[in-house]
Write a protein of this length. Sequence first.
Lengths: 337, 439
Amino acid sequence: MSAAVNRAALLVLAAALLAVPQFLPLLNAGFWTNVVTEILIWSLLATSVNLLFGYVGLLSFGQALYFGFGMYGAALAVTHWNAGFWGGTLAGIVAATLMAVVAGVLAVRLTWHYFAIITVVFSLIFYFAAMSAKPITGGDDGLSFSAPPVFDAFGLKLTLADTVTQYYVVLGLTALCYGLLWLILRSPLGLRFEAVRENDRRARLIGINVYLCRLTAFILAGAVAGLAGALFAFFGRYASASYMFYHVSGEATVWAIVGGVGTLLGPLFGTALLIVFRELVSTVWENYLFAVGALTVLVVMFAPRGLAGLWSDGLAKLSGRSASQPDPQAGAAEAPR
Amino acid sequence: MTIDKPGTKNAKSRNTKSRNLTRRSFLETALAGGAAYVSLAHDMSAFAQAGGSIVIGHHCELTGGFSSWGYWHNKCALAAVKAINDQGGIAGRRVELVTEDTESNPATGTRKLRSLVQRNNAAFIVGSVHSGVMLASIPVATELKTVYFSSGEATEATGEKGTRYSFRTGTDTYGLAAAGAPWAFQNLGKTWTIISPDYAWGHSHYKEHKAIIEKLGGKVHDPIFVPLDAKDLVPYLTKIPQDTEVLFSVFFGALSVAFYTQAKSMGLEKTMKMYSVAGTIEAIAPADLKGAAEGVYIVENFPRMLKYKDDAFHRDYLKAIATDDVHGREAGSDKVNAKSHSWQSWENLFALKAAIEKSGWKTKKDDQGVIEALEGLEMANSLGHAQGSKLLRKEDHSGIIDCYISRVENDELHVKKTVSRTEMAQMMPVRFDLSKQPL
């Protein structure tokens, strides 16, 4: 039953996301289309944290580094090489992926707090390097640029200046990314990730190359964070080294935990909850981060498996199963785990 | 509120109605209600644009590194809106000010700018004093086709990164160099070193001052740029070359305090003249530095002491923002006015009032008229322009104003030289013509 409900919920979510640019302006709330765009982008960064923490058991506080490389890859490709939107996005992903290869080769040799510390250290090193390399990165001021058209042929020109176009481009790329991850996590590689997360010694005994598994997940997470960074650079028409700082990684970790780690769509829900909360509270109270912190504490205390956990517990109760019993046919919101 | 007892006529009637509620009638009612809401929302929006209040956004540093300045920008903007509304508003319409905090962060600033325009329907923006926020915001404001007044000093805002939509009534680094550098070169020394924070404002000051000093035949050493998060300036102060005659410092907030106190403890003022711009002493009282700023020369945009521009407009302005006329302190607190910059948040609203009324602006589609009215706008010395008469130059959208070179003596800023707007304009020929850009 819960698999069918999950599938129906997924369809409702997809329909709702598709309807956002049409529906919100009718309520005189067109600005919220941009907020949903931002949620989609940031959810990718939370997903990159989730891929490592939820599926391979590595808690990274350095994903902002790959986000920053994605931003600068896109911004520099557009400003210096006239790369266009798609070229810039690709440049962002490639830059972040290469950085993830370099950092990952060293970082995934470690686990637990040692791994967390080395990811922070990498993030700080490149944050300060980017701040110092002002002629290239713009340092504290960052780089602002005009976004190139997304499509310009046959007399049709689509630009990100149009909120609706921007939304659908981001939604398409985000959905593509989630779809690919869903395929990967259901594949034998995904099962290997889970085996490593659950017990790396046993995984090694049955012939799984644990180091290679962790490295693959690390590079994959870097590429996802890079896509998020490239999209955010186009969204803000701006790239800044400040996005490489570890507090950005911390925020992404909070979004993933609040949404539910080890679930594909959990980070999307966590990001949505906290960004909507921020948008509502920050207009009336400039110290809104206190409230965000309190909300996070409440979710962690009363729903330790996050929003996705709440959802699956509710479904389990409805179908008469114990919340701890796995549903063999669980759908996309909860599984793969 | 009334409560119907069970069994009464009203209650029975309601029960009958609820029994008659079908899925179809529920959907019809819900759709009708939704349609009515949407229609009402559209009507209210149209009213607000065409004949209701005029919404002006304030893009302000309420928190973060520039919060000590942002407090005053916010205070001045609120006071200006009150003064304008007390006088009957703009073209008979009430002004509504919506403020968003940029958090002194360029990325947050661009997000908040979109929020002001797209969420709060702000028609115009009086904007940021943080150069990084300002430069990141101008492309967004231009994309949103919204007039954006900035009060940061990086010259790019009305130069290579300026657009038809970006304006600034105050000075930029180009203007401050034009106003102060020739006098300082003649009176303080010919060999200069600049020390500043490593971001747009400091870089821009270095570039503009270097150009003028070298043109006058002086020498400018390599700049010393300090990271924004530095606490200890001694490693940077020790890099200042021995032959420096003029040390030109550009800092703000906590870095200013660190600079003055650490430079004093090293005795730098004994071997070189200390010269600066008002930003370095904004929101800081020399008395609070315990003599560390004594003898420093500072280019002010608006004299801190009333007696150096003593007129009724200046007095009334100080009264409106509750600031004393010697030290610039707020009545009832220790806060010191960021006076050389915050006046722009007051005056920009009056400049907009003049342009809106001159052009007959009614809605966003009339923005071209406002932009054309702002280009070349002459502002007379008045309560609305208490800093003094000024010109918003047509070509580069820059404010041409009187400036004041002051010296800290006995913890007070005493004006030594007034640089008239005519002298300033002569020293800063037009370099960019933004007025030819299409809208």
